[in-house]
Ligand binder design. Structure first.
Ligand code: FEO
Length: 394
């Protein structure tokens, strides 16, 4: 992909990774991604803002060449993760005079993970500026977008905010600026859920920190750029708020059909009561979709059979994931069955201790559910409806 101009002397020089389908050997990327690097050329100095994943370094070099970049004075490292900093050693080899401009925490990680020598760094403080000659970069520290090192850069003269992972989306698209807002909303929400949701309080602070900036363009490190910044900022405000929706994430696994009969019944009962159900069969679920469903739902219900005296591993994984992602969920419960013994409910409960949620009485049956068990499931549906009303779930 050739370089693309954002404004005069401010260009995108990154790479679109149409084919990537997995990140960190963990996160599915159904729509690929991009690694957005930017070149800012001032009257006196040139700065490269981030690099790209090392697998795509050639594209970065070609884009820099296309723009006639014979000298880079600064490489701004917003975040040390490989998808943005992995080509840094190669850039420094080509431009040995360049200084890596970053904050102390990012510097520490770049030194330990990429073995970049200390003399290469120019360490800056929060709200410090760097004058390139008619182009002034202001650095805004934003730790815990998901690592402790992230910062943003605000290009004052052009009113462009470079936000690294924050406000980004794993979305490979030919649109340079967002033109398909529903598709971008979906990808951005999924990305928020997968890596930023555990840091909601920090994300709220970051939104507060940038609220007084005049922003014409938001340039994240993944996905298309925003020339209508309010679109993504308003979406983030909603995601980090404490407001939950009248929704149940019902994530289940069933070995012989008993649990499935229970989750089907519970789903129908909830629908009749006006509660939306996001239904996931954990043997087939894309974990990104599950994470995204957790952003707004008032309640999580996990369905599991008993395996070797504990919960099914797929249910364990879902519980572990929910616990790690720390959604704003207000209520949790369980449905499940056992054959002859077991501590499935205790096993699941022990895995979700991070969730600041009220535990609603579970329904666990011996073998196949009987009429009284379906009555108990109706009771659980009613408990959920009332619980949602009590917190104003909308
Ligand atoms: Fe896109 Fe946290 O790296």
């Amino acid at each position: 992909m050739a370089a693309r101009a954002i404004k005069n002397s401010v260009d995108w020089v990154g790479a679109i990774d149409w084919d990537r389908r997995l990140f960190d050997e963990l996160i599915p990327l159904p729509d690929g991604t991009s690694y957005n690097a930017y070149l800012v050329r001032g009257r006196d100095r040139t700065a490269l803002l981030d690099t790209v994943d090392p697998t795509r370094a050639t594209e970065l070099f070609e884009n820099l060449k296309e723009l006639g970049t014979d000298k880079i004075d600064y490489v701004i490292a917003h975040h040390a993760e490989q998808d943005h900093s992995g080509s840094l050693p190669a850039i420094l080899a080509l431009h040995p005079q360049a200084k890596v401009v970053t904050n102390p925490k990012c510097r520490e990680i770049l030194e330990t993970h990429l073995l970049i020598p200390p003399e290469k760094f120019l360490t800056i403080g929060d709200r410090e500026t760097l004058d390139l000659g008619g182009k002034t970069l202001e650095f805004i520290f934003a730790p815990w977008v998901h690592w402790p090192d992230t910062m943003f850069s605000y290009l004052r003269e052009d009113k462009i905010l470079f936000t690294c992972d924050f406000l980004g989306s794993h979305l490979a698209t030919s649109d340079f600026f967002v033109r398909d807002e529903p598709a971008t909303y979906h990808s951005a929400k999924r990305y928020f859920a997968e890596i930023m949701m555990p840091f909601r309080a920090n994300i709220r602070n970051h939104l507060e920190k940038i609220k007084d900036l005049q922003i014409e363009v938001i340039a994240p490190s993944h996905g298309p750029l925003y020339d209508r910044p309010a679109f993504i900022i308003e979406a983030y405000k909603d995601w980090v708020s404490d407001q939950v929706r009248n929704e149940v994430v019902l994530a289940y696994v069933s070995m012989h059909g008993s649990v499935r009969k229970m989750t089907d019944h519970l789903t129908e009962a909830l629908i009749k009561k006006g509660v939306k159900v996001l239904y996931f069969n954990l043997t087939r679920t894309d974990i990104g979709e599950l994470a995204m469903a957790l952003v707004d739902a008032a309640t999580i219900v996990i369905g599991s059979p008993t395996v070797l005296a504990g919960a099914h591993p797929a249910a364990v994984y879902a519980a572990y994931l929910a616990n790690a992602l720390r959604p704003k969920t207000k209520f949790v419960s369980l449905v499940g069955s056992f054959g002859w013994a077991g501590k499935m409910p205790e096993a699941i409960k022990g895995l979700i201790s991070n969730l600041n949620a009220t535990f609603l009485e579970p329904v666990v049956v011996h073998g196949h559910p009987r009429p009284q068990d379906f009555v108990a499931l109706d009771r659980l549906a009613e408990d959920i409806r009332k619980a949602h009303l009590s917190v104003g779930a909308c």
